[in-house]
Write a protein that binds this ligand. Structure first.
Ligand code: ADP
Length: 640
């Protein structure tokens, strides 16, 4: 049998007694006892410091030191070393004192034969104490980990009452935890109704299965949170459910992210679908008038039809189709310039009554064709009614609303009116048309959106008009309200700030059909020959001498060599020298010559830029004859 070494520190001043002890220790067959005998405190403390004995045997009374003091010295070191008194005589009180002070056992010298027994029993006790200490340490470490984990851990009884919950649970749910003295863990002041309900009602748990799920729970403050939860039944030795352990994690952030991703994906899909259907619609909208333009222009140029009536009829179709095409192109451009923040407000006096007359003129043919009652009611009818606004945008807003009202009304009426309410003016465009469903009323103001997919089949359109309208209304600090019911009709009510311009007269009216100065020597700088031919056609019979320059440098040369030139119509984008460079060079030679810019970049910022440089005026393409003549007259007047 292999023997285990047993290191024994013996505090004994009498060598004879020490010898007797050693003899008794020899009875421990399973141990190889290695004894270190010390006689005084100094060597005792040194031995404690330098070695770690398995056991200490100590005489109770020593000449300059005693057993109780030796025990005290040992206890300050906080080590788990069994301490046995071996003493000549020990009355009961002394024995009680010794045990109270922490001695593990005592053996009286008269009965020294007990020493091996005492050694065995304290070694066993030591092992038990060590085991208990180790498991306590393990439990402590486990509890600390459970307390500090970022997961919520809850132990419930079989009815769902909380027996233990960690700090994270309290932190997330808002329950307060009572750390009651004597309790083996942290306890809650009340039970969690959701956990209680699950434990009481979840059938799988009763069968001993694990319950798992993502659940919306409520914090104590009423706020809902998402939790990933698993509840596991804990079985006792007899196989019955003794407890449940719930492990939970707050996944609200993750759920929110998932939700955001799903929404973003849905939005991207919707916007993709919208863009596709918009492109299809747009292609259809562009091809339809183009088809008419190309087809009828072909017929006209073939020369087959010479009768003036027929030519006028075809010309009118081409002209209407072109207007339609232009309106679509300008909607798309406007949309993009709104989107990129390039639209600007230009405020000036606008005659609302004149605007109503213009709208009536522009749309009456369509209303007549559809046999609709088409009325413009003016609250103050007999004189101009001026308000400060952006005329182009206000016209576009009302025109879109009127055009839609006519388009989406099969029979009945379209009535446009205004009324003044203190510092506001309220326009109404009311129709007896197909109406708009409640849910569609919220989204038809978004880009590319139509009330439903059948709309395009029946009425065409791009879904841009109302979104442009809405953006313009916002820019004018107004409000647009829709009242509508399916098959009953719609009423778009536009409310704008009403600012009177203090009797200022409206200055712009493009109603010119002749030139004030004749003969007029007009230089047209334009690289596109068709555009030039159009201007030439506009000037037919107007006593105008037209000079034609194909680019900026030709225009500069012509002004240099011809002092008779009265006015320059300058295209901006031309090959070689562009319109702006040519403008500066011409101005160097002739400071006061009127120069009007003409450009296809029909956006407000470009217009302002050209006017700031010093152009007398600006005319967007495609140009109208009356607008061109009006602007030429205006520019000539300014230098007169
Ligand atoms: P579009 O008319 O080119 O389709 P809009 O942006 O002007 O585009 O209008 C969006 C949608 O709103 C239309 O497609 C139509 O469904 C609906 N809508 C607009 N005005 C009216 C109206 N007066 N009556 C019925 N529906 C209308």
């Amino acid at each position: 049998m292999t023997k285990t070494d047993l290191h024994i520190l013996m505090l004994e001043d009498d060598p004879f007694d020490a010898e007797l002890n050693i003899e008794q220790l020899g009875m421990l067959e399973e141990y190889n006892c290695i004894c270190n005998i010390v006689k005084d405190r100094k060597s005792y403390l040194e031995a404690l410091k330098n070695s770690k004995p398995d056991i200490i045997l100590c005489d109770y009374s020593l000449p300059e030191y005693n057993g109780l003091e030796a025990l005290k010295d040992l206890n300050t070191r906080n080590t788990l070393i069994p301490f046995i008194f071996v003493t000549g005589a020990m009355i009961e009180e002394t024995a009680a004192d010794a045990i109270k002070a922490g001695a593990w056992d005592y053996v009286v010298k008269d009965r020294l034969f007990r020493l091996p027994l005492a050694v065995r029993s304290v070694l066993k006790l030591k092992q038990e104490k060590l085991n208990t200490y180790n498991s306590e340490q393990r439990i402590h470490r486990l509890l600390t980990a459970i307390e500090q984990t970022s997961t919520q851990i809850v132990v419930l009884d079989t009815k769902g009452n909380i027996e233990y919950a960690n700090k994270k649970f309290a932190e997330i749910t808002g329950f307060s935890i009572m750390n009651s003295p004597g309790s083996d863990g942290l306890r809650l002041s009340e039970s969690d109704p959701i956990l209680e309900t699950i434990v009481q009602n979840e059938k799988s748990l009763k069968k001993g299965e694990i319950f798992k799920g993502e659940i919306i729970t409520k914090r104590l403050d009423g706020k809902s949170i998402w939790e990933l939860m698993s509840i596991t039944p804990v079985l006792n030795e007899t196989g019955n459910i003794a407890n449940y352990v719930a492990v939970k994690e707050d996944i609200t952030e993750r759920k929110k992210m998932e939700q955001d991703i799903i929404e973003a994906r849905d939005q991207a899909e919707t916007s993709d679908k919208l863009k596709n259907s918009f492109l299809q619609n747009l292609s259809h909208e562009i091809r339809t008038p183009l088809n008419a333009i190309v087809g009828f222009a072909d017929i006209l140029s073939s020369g087959k039809h010479n009768e003036p009536e027929k030519i006028r009829e075809l010309g009118s179709i081409i002209s209407k189709s072109s207007e339609q095409l232009l309106s679509i192109v300008s909607d798309v451009l406007t949309m993009s310039s709104i989107h990129t923040g390039q639209e600007e407000i230009v405020l000036r006096p606008v005659d609302v009554n004149a605007l109503f007359d213009e709208l009536y003129e522009v749309h009456k043919a369509f209303a007549n064709q559809k046999k609709l009652e088409f009325v413009f009611n003016k609250e103050i009818p007999d004189k101009p009614l001026y308000m400060v606004s952006d005329e182009t945008k206000l016209t576009q807003i009302l025109s879109n609303l009127v055009e839609n009202a006519l388009k989406y009304t099969i029979k009945g009426s379209v009535i446009t009116s205004y009324r003044i309410l203190d510092d506001k003016i309220e326009f109404s465009v009311k129709d007896t048309g197909i109406g708009i469903a409640k849910d569609a009323q919220s989204y038809i103001f978004e880009r590319f959106r139509q009330a439903d997919p059948t709309i395009h089949t029946h009425f065409g359109g791009t879904g841009l008009g109302l979104s442009i309208t809405k953006s313009y209304v916002e820019m004018l600090e107004g409000e647009l309200i829709l009242e509508s019911a399916i098959n009953k009709g719609s009423n778009f009510v536009l409310s704008l700030p009403f600012v009177s311009p203090d009797k200022k007269k409206r200055t712009d009216s493009y109603k010119s059909d002749k030139l004030d100065k004749i003969p007029l020597n007009l230089l047209v700088a334009e690289d596109e020959i068709f555009n030039y031919l159009l201007i030439e056609a506009f000037m037919d019979n107007l006593d105008v001498n037209i000079l034609y320059a194909k680019n900026g440098s030709e225009a500069v040369d012509m002004v240099k060599n011809n002092s008779e030139i009265d006015l320059v119509l300058m295209d901006i984008k031309m090959p070689g020298m562009d319109g702006i460079t040519a403008f500066h060079k011409i101005r160097e030679m002739r400071k006061n010559i009127p120069i009007i810019a003409q450009t296809a970049y029909a956006i407000e910022t470009e217009k302002q830029h050209l006017l700031n440089i010093g152009f007398n005026d600006y005319i967007p393409k495609p140009m109208k004859k009356d607008e061109l003549l009006y602007k030429i007259n205006k520019a000539m007047q300014e230098i007169a």
